[in-house]
Design a protein around this ligand. Structure first.
Ligand SMILES: C[S@@+](CC[C@H](N)C(=O)[O-])C[C@H]1O[C@@H](n2cnc3c(N)ncnc32)[C@H](O)[C@@H]1O
Length: 297
């Protein structure tokens, strides 16, 4: 999956209507940051920054033609035809691996002794940890930078006997990788019924149906009797921020939280939202960031 981002610089009073308009054009995520040097803090909302000039970034599926969106924004939001709103259009290229994967269908080593292998290929190393996975509708073939960073991290863990939560599980790739690193069970949650079905299918393909529960969010207990020592979420930053309470509610007090789907420029905001009770390490691949949050010692 690839993305196109539109980056506008607007006066702060335009942020809300512009965000609403971009959402109506199917923006997948909208983020704002200060575009000027004159940052000040709103008295009524301590700690909540407001800025005079805001850089607003909207992320779109690259199948969408963004030219009419830019035209609409200029017509509706520019003060005059002479003072157009500054805009940059950037393609966020997911790795060429996506194309390589689809064209060559070869097993790929994605972490230490951890391989993704299409069902029609013989594993390169039958004794390695092999995940059988085919390209499909759900996100998560192992080659996206965010998935890849999680896989590399999971490959180096010893999760003996742990029950883990994979929130935003897509194909279930991370849940399966956690099992291959010793976890006893994975609860894989996704908002998309197609992903839930794909995860079930992949659990079957990998012979771990008894160890994976593939669930819609409403099927996960809101007030869990059982909390997880490891919670993984590879979703976009805005969604992770919305899910903060849920993710923390399911995490054991001494548990580890793996957060990605976050652009490197958004990492500080996510870390600030999850608070000072945890320690954070970050990893970066391309423009994406993986945050590993562990309890403070
Ligand atoms: C970037 S994909 C990650 C898939 C896989 N875990 C991986 O690492 O490759 C994000 C997944 O989160 C799901 N998702 C998005 N919003 C969600 C939400 N609010 N609750 C649960 N899942 C969500 C999407 O349907 C998608 O399958």
């Amino acid at each position: 999956m690839s993305w196109i981002q539109l980056i506008f610089v607007v006066d702060v009073n335009k942020v809300e209507p512009l965000s609403d308009a971009l959402e109506a054009f199917m923006a997948q995520a909208i983020t704002t940051e200060n575009a000027g040097a004159d940052e000040y803090y709103e008295v009524a909302f301590p700690g909540n920054p407001t800025w005079k000039k805001v850089q607003l970034t909207a992320l779109f599926d690259d199948a969408i033609d963004v030219a009419p969106i830019v035209e609409f924004v200029q017509k509706q939001f520019a003060d005059s035809a002479q003072t157009e709103i500054p805009v940059q259009i950037e393609k966020l290229v997911d790795q060429d691996w996506e194309r390589v994967w689809l064209s060559s269908f070869k097993p790929i080593e994605v972490g230490s002794n951890l391989w993704i292998c299409p069902s029609w290929c013989e594993p390169t190393d039958p004794n390695a940890r092999n995940i059988t996975l085919d390209p499909g509708l759900a996100f998560g073939t192992g080659t996206h930078a965010t998935t890849h960073m999680c896989l590399r991290w999971l490959a180096d863990q010893s999760l003996e006997g742990q029950r883990v939560l994979d929130y935003g599980s897509g194909t279930g790739i991370l849940a399966i990788a956690a099992l291959l690193s010793g976890a006893s069970h994975a609860d894989a949650v996704d908002i998309d019924p197609l992903a839930v079905a794909a995860c079930d299918e992949n659990a079957q393909r990998n012979g771990v149906t008894d160890q994976i529960s593939s669930l819609l969010p409403e099927q996960l207990e809101p007030e869990p009797a059982h909390r997880y020592p490891l919670v993984i979420a590879n979703i976009l930053a805005e969604v992770i921020l919305d899910l903060r309470e849920t993710l923390l509610a399911h995490l054991q007090p001494n548990g580890t939280l793996l957060l990605t789907g976050i652009l490197a420029s958004q990492a500080d905001r996510v870390i600030a939202a999850f608070g000072e009770k945890m320690s954070y390490t970050t990893h970066q691949q391309d423009q994406w960031c993986l945050i590993v949050a562990t309890p403070k010692t």
